[in-house]
Design a protein around this ligand. Sequence first.
Ligand code: HEM
Length: 154
Amino acid sequence: MLRIVHLLSATVWVGGTIALVFVGVPAIRDLEGEARAAAMRALGRRWRPLGWSAMGVAIVSGLWLTDIHGGFNRAALATDFDRTLILKSALVALLCAGAAVHDYVLGPRLQRELREGAPQAPSTRRRLVAVGWVNLSLTLAVPVLGAIVLTYLD
Ligand code: HEM
């Protein structure tokens, strides 16, 4: 049951991210001016509660699964299971930090700079996009490590 919750929440984060990056954002890029800004804002506002809830559920269920498999009772780095899980958890932490910077720092900053016609808007956009690609890579790497972790269980 817990495994199903973990897998489903991971699916919502990964699938949602891919739909956002390859469907939502490119569709909005065809718009211009205020319509584009409003559509980007709406997309972010609707995705954030769902995406971050899914991430929260994945983290809690993942820590719980780790406990069930005795991961907290051994010396850290004792087995391949532990080592892979620690790497995975580090990437999850990086991903959360990157997604927070993307969603709550650079995203709102770009919106504000575009509204004010600020000259640094293009450089903020480049940084936002760069952080976004790093986050997408981590979003793909984390479930791959999850599947590898699973192979050490039997
Ligand atoms: C600190 C956070 C996390 C921890 C401690 C963790 C822990 C685990 C553990 C122990 C397993 C294998 C055990 C089992 O299924 O019984 C697993 C599998 C998996 N995890 Fe995580 N996880 C975390 C976050 C995530 C996130 C954020 C994602 C995806 C966005 C993810 C995706 C997966 C996938 C795809 C599997 C393999 C499929 C499966 O369990 O059936 N995990 N994780």
